[in-house]
Design a protein around this ligand. Sequence first.
Ligand code: ADP
Ligand code: X2W
Length: 287
Amino acid sequence: MVASPMEKAEILVEALPYIKEFYGKKVVIKYGGAAMTDCELKDKVMQDIVLMKYVGMHPIVVHGGGPEISGMLKRLGLGTEFIDGLRVTDAETMEIVEMVLVGKVNKEIVAGIEASGGKAIGISGKDGGLIKAGPIDPSGKLGFVGEVRSVNPQIIETVIENGYIPVIAPIGMDARKQSYNINADLAAAAIAVAVKADKLVLLTDVPGLLRDPADPESLISVLKVSEVETYIREGVIAGGMLPKVKCCVEAVTGGVGRTHIIDGRVPHAILLEIFTNQGIGTMVINE
Ligand SMILES: Nc1ncnc2c1ncn2[C@@H]1O[C@H](COP(=O)(O)OP(=O)(O)O)[C@@H](O)[C@H]1O
Ligand SMILES: CC(=O)N[C@@H](CCC(=O)OP(=O)(O)O)C(=O)O
């Protein structure tokens, strides 16, 4: 269905209060899941990010790339194992993770933004001392899986001040130059808090938090931090949603205005979330 000129004008007018609200504000987008593997969706995500920039927002992209890492490990004849959603990362795996995320995925996103008319700079958490990390699991079972120990947002501010969109690979480093593999949701939440973002948007491959994971109609549109424990006890927040919701809670309690878990399979999901009255997905709020 093609919109009439009047409908197009109305759509733009609907966006006006949101453009005003977020003008000059930072929005962290965790990019991963289906929106990263499907070429058409990929282009639409890039367009959304570039549009945000040109209406005056400051999008900051933090990306994943789990499937790409698994694909490369497989091509190299190496296996991979996950414990509670985190990839067990020995020294050899760490080398591949860094090569894939920093060398391949990061640069593909930068190229996509540039091809959509934006300007982007790709960095990892190692650049400018952005992410100081250490092992997430002191027992050593997870190897070089990292947790964020501190974030120095100066490099992000510099990139933004110069008109570029920062694109960040979730690799951290300790004082001895050891690299760590950080889950991209966790990295995005820590960065959102450190840059005092107004919004954190996590793209995933489901409509949001579902009361019943088998029923896409059972979306929980608004989730209050005070309800999280109950939902975890009831088993509603489980599996891949557990770390995602925890990231949102960490972000909103750390001062990020709003956090959203949205369906990256929906074309232009980011635009729909930010610029329309209904929004989409699950919004986590600090109440
Ligand atoms: N209540 C729930 N609602 C939605 N998804 C859920 C729920 N419980 C578990 N999940 C699972 O969480 C997954 C999303 O987490 P994950 O696979 O880690 O996402 P991503 O790869 O996009 O970071 C969904 O694909 C779904 O299988
Ligand atoms: C420790 C850990 O598991 N790190 C992730 C980093 C990438 C990531 O988080 O990618 P997605 O967002 O696409 O899942 C991994 O190795 O797959």
